[in-house]
Design a protein around this ligand. Structure first.
Ligand SMILES: [Zn+2]
Length: 280
């Protein structure tokens, strides 16, 4: 599947267009014979959203995609369900999940910027870019992104994994944290690891990135090497942390996440350097 993002919507709404309908971070899906699917234009009459208050997202294989808010949860029609975005992992095609993440962020942004933050006047959508303009004072607001780093720290043949207080028991991941104003991504990596587990790192290098719509992060992935210190979990955010070898990993995040891509990179690296076992 190929998604082409765009801002300017087609002049007419196609019957085949896909509608990413959200209510407070939950996605409306239509029940169908083979699971659940994204509703299309012909379903709109039943859903009762106001299709004029949409955000055009772009086209998926030529099908226009729109984001729109379901204002009232009591309007969920028979045959539809509201599903948390995380719960769509493994249930929808990955491409649809990322379009839904994009849609949810734009629906949130649109709702939260109906009025100017500077003078209180109602805002207007700018036609040529994804922005809201205040006609009274001229303030322009763009969708907010909150960059966060996520990092695989390696010490010899072991990977640093930690358990956050929000995780279920026994579940571990690589460390992550939000970038602060005035900070470089590399400085953020060093600060977060030091603050959360007391470890110093070196050789911080870029790995890859992933939009993370919970609610509006951009995860920027890094690799780093251990440079010193003993693990000391901060206990306010991180309740446990340890070094794990590739063949003894705890419960870890699902394959769709960049956290898992980092862990899989480590596992791949470890298997590549492992001495081949000779037959007995
Ligand atoms: Zn204003």
């Amino acid at each position: 599947m190929t998604f082409k993002p765009a801002i300017k919507s087609p002049s007419t709404q196609s019957a085949r267009a896909l509608w990413f309908v959200f209510h407070r971070g939950r996605l409306l899906l239509k029940q169908s014979n083979n699971g659940r699917r994204i509703p299309c234009t012909e379903d709109l009459a039943l859903i009762k959203v106001d299709p004029t208050r949409n955000q055009y997202l772009g086209a998926l294989n030529g099908r226009a995609c729109y984001a729109v808010e379901l204002p009232d949860v009591n309007q969920v029609a028979d045959g539809y369900d509201l599903i948390g975005l995380r719960e769509t992992f493994g249930r929808l095609d990955e491409e649809l999940i990322w379009i839904a993440g994009r849609a949810n962020q734009l629906v949130d942004w649109s709702r939260n910027h109906r009025f100017c933050g500077q003078c209180g006047h109602p805002t207007e959508d700018k036609p040529e870019e994804r922005a809201k303009n205040c006609p009274a004072c001229g303030l322009v607001n763009y969708p907010r992104l909150s960059p966060a780093i996520i990092v695989a720290v390696v010490k010899g043949d072991r990977l640093l994994l930690a358990s956050n207080k929000r995780f279920k028991s026994g579940y571990y991941s690589v460390l992550a944290g939000f970038v602060e104003p005035g900070e470089t991504l590399e400085e953020c990596v060093a600060r977060e690891i030091k603050e959360e587990v007391g470890i110093n790192v070196k050789n911080v290098r870029y790995f890859g990135s992933q939009p993370w719509p919970f609610p509006n992060s951009l995860m920027v992935g890094f690799l780093a090497d251990y440079a010193g210190g003993e693990i000391n979990a901060d206990q306010s955010e991180i309740v446990a942390a340890d070094w794990f070898t590739a063949d003894d990993l705890p419960s870890i995040p699902p394959r769709i996440t960049i956290a898992r891509h980092l862990i899989d990179w480590f596992v791949g690296k470890s298997s590549a350097i492992k001495t081949p076992r000779h037959p007995e």
